[in-house]
Every structure is written in C-alpha cells, then in structure tokens.
Design a protein around this ligand. Structure first.
Ligand SMILES: Nc1nc2c(ncn2[C@@H]2O[C@H](COP(=O)(O)OP(=O)(O)OP(=O)(O)O)[C@@H](O)[C@H]2O)c(=O)[nH]1
Ligand SMILES: [Mg+2]
Length: 286
C-alpha cells in the first residue's frame, strides 16, 4: 500500500481544482472561471486497490490585499510542509510567464519532487503544446511533466500513476469511500457559492461568502453574505430571480450529496467588510 500527500500549486484559475476533481474521480472542490475561487485547503482523496493519494487543493499564489487573501496565501505557504510531492499546475492556454516563474522559484526550493501538470491542452494544436512544454520544462528541476486536460480527462490517469509512484509505503489516512475532508455543511456552502460565482461578475464574486445555518430532514437554510447593499440587490435579482436561480442550480448537487430531497431557504445578507473580519474568516474555516 502506498499512501501520502501531494500539494497543488499554481496561479489562480489554471485549473487546480478541476484537476483535483479529475484525479479523485468526482467533485471535491468547486470550480469557476473567476480567479480566487478556492479560498481554503481542501483535501481530495483518491483511493485505489493499492494506494491512497491525498491531494491538497489550494488557493492560487497571490499577493495579499486584505485579511481574506492574506489568510489564503498563508494557507498556501503552510501547506507545503511534509508533503511527498508537489503538483505544479500551469495553463497551456496562457503565456507561461513571470507569475509562474515566481511560483517555480518557491516550489522548486522546497525539496519534495515537483511534477508539472500542463493543463488545458484540449483543443490546442500539437505545435503549441510542444512549445509550452519546452517553456514549462525550463521552470526548474522537475521530476516529470504531464500535458493534461482536467476537463476532458486526457492524461489524467498517467498523471495519477506518476503521483502514486512518488508516495511512500503507508497506511490509509482516510476511509476508503471518503473523497474529501470538508464537512457536509462546508460542502453545501461551497456548492451554493459555486452557483453564485457562475452567475455574477466584476467584484461581486469576490465579495460573496456562504454560511449554512441548518440542515434539516426536509429543508436547508443558508445565508449568502456580501459586503454592500448594492451587491445584495444584485444577488437577489429582479423579483428574487437571481437567488432563485442560484438555488435551482445548487439543489440537484446538494440533494445528491445529502441523499435526499431538501427545500433550500436562501437568504441574502449584508455583512460589511467581512473579508477583513478575522473572526468571520475563522468561522468560515479560511
Ligand atoms: N479548456 C479547459 N478549461 C479548463 C480545464 N481545467 C480547468 N478549466 C477551466 O478553468 C477555469 C478555472 O478552473 P479552476 O479549477 O476553478 O481553477 P483553479 O486553479 O482551481 O482556480 P482558483 O481556485 O481560483 O485558484 C474554469 O472555468 C475551468 O472550467 C481544462 O483542462 N481545459
Ligand atoms: Mg481552485
């Protein structure tokens, strides 16, 4: 039995969470086209007959701007201790540049082997992929480089094998059927936030957080918190249409998670400057 931990590093939005989901064979972390979707560390667990691979999905490397982003960056920094390998994720769809080199400088100095995943190679021309692979290979002394598409699953099995090969012999850290270390409440809150992120833009997605108040047999109460009255009006939408749409989109996945039908009671509230509120961040597990 091989088992161990791999931390996922990379810029925001390169597809780290999508890749963790693909490697785990199911949804562990929420995904969006907005940067800074992941705010806390989430362990995604892939268990096979002979291995247990625990992936630490993390926020992207960033320069902190407030208490929230400071906490996020601190989570990133503290998550590289005691891992068996680092999965450095790049986007093949973007120029590999200063941001990636900054992260490379950090992760290659840590010690554990670095596996580079060049993600988002779907629908890219072979020549372009080859050029990006050459650029990626110059970032540091990597153990292996895998072109993958987290979206289509291309190359994901080979990447998983590569990571498993770097794990030492060890015990099962989590029960075989467990896929994440997040509580059910936290998973529900994240699913609701995911739908809210998909439906909003500009500064609004960054100002949203979700707290689950209670999960009952037949109903579930959750608050969508934003920082200003105008953001609240956006989330409510005309005649409540936006918050209703968020609920409609979130409910099937929540019901699948809970294994039963539930009625969602979503409330939108203003919590001024919650991103700078240390006790709030602690409550959110960030
Ligand atoms: N075409 C394509 N898009 C992808 C792929 N992987 C991820 N994406 C998209 O890239 C965007 C960002 O994906 P995430 O998984 O949320 O990225 P992340 O690195 O976790 O982002 P943060 O949590 O914000 O740091 C989403 O719109 C995904 O659908 C891929 O392999 N191909
Ligand atoms: Mg993410």
């Amino acid at each position: 039995m091989r088992s161990g931990f791999v931390a996922v590093a990379g810029r925001p939005n390169v597809g780290k969470s999508t890749l963790v989901n693909a490697l785990c064979g199911g949804k562990v972390a929420i995904v969006s086209d907005k940067p800074q979707t992941t705010r806390r560390r989430i362990h995604g667990i892939a268990t096979g007959d002979t291995y247990q691979l625990v992936l630490a999905d993390l926020p992207g490397f960033q320069r902190p701007r407030d208490a929230l982003t400071e906490h996020m960056q601190r989570t990133v920094e503290s998550s590289f201790a005691d891992v068996d390998a680092i999965l450095f994720t790049l986007s093949a769809r973007e120029r590999i540049g200063a941001g990636d080199r900054f992260i490379a400088h950090r992760v290659f100095a840590l010690g554990p082997p670095v596996v580079i995943a060049l993600n988002k190679v779907d629908r890219l021309k072979a020549g372009h992929i080859a050029t990006q692979m050459t650029t990626a290979s110059q970032l540091g002394d990597f153990h292996a480089l895998h072109p993958v598409s987290a979206k289509t699953g291309d190359g994901v099995a080979a990447l998983r094998d590569e990571l498993v090969g770097l794990l030492p012999e060890g015990p099962l850290y989590f029960p075989e059927d467990q896929r994440t270390d997040l509580s059910v409440e936290a998973q529900v809150a994240e699913l609701i936030r995911e739908k809210a992120l998909a439906l909003t833009r500009d500064e609004v997605p960054h100002a949203i957080t979700v707290e689950v108040e209670s999960i009952g047999e037949t109903s579930l109460q959750a608050d969508l918190l934003v920082e200003t009255e105008s953001q609240k009006q956006i989330l409510i939408g005309r005649g409540g249409s936006m918050v209703k749409e968020i609920g409609t989109r979130a409910r099937p996945e929540i019901e699948q998670l809970l294994g039963r039908h539930v009625f969602l009671e979503l409330r939108v509230k203003v919590k001024p400057r919650w991103r700078r509120d240390e006790s709030m961040l602690e409550r959110l597990g960030i």
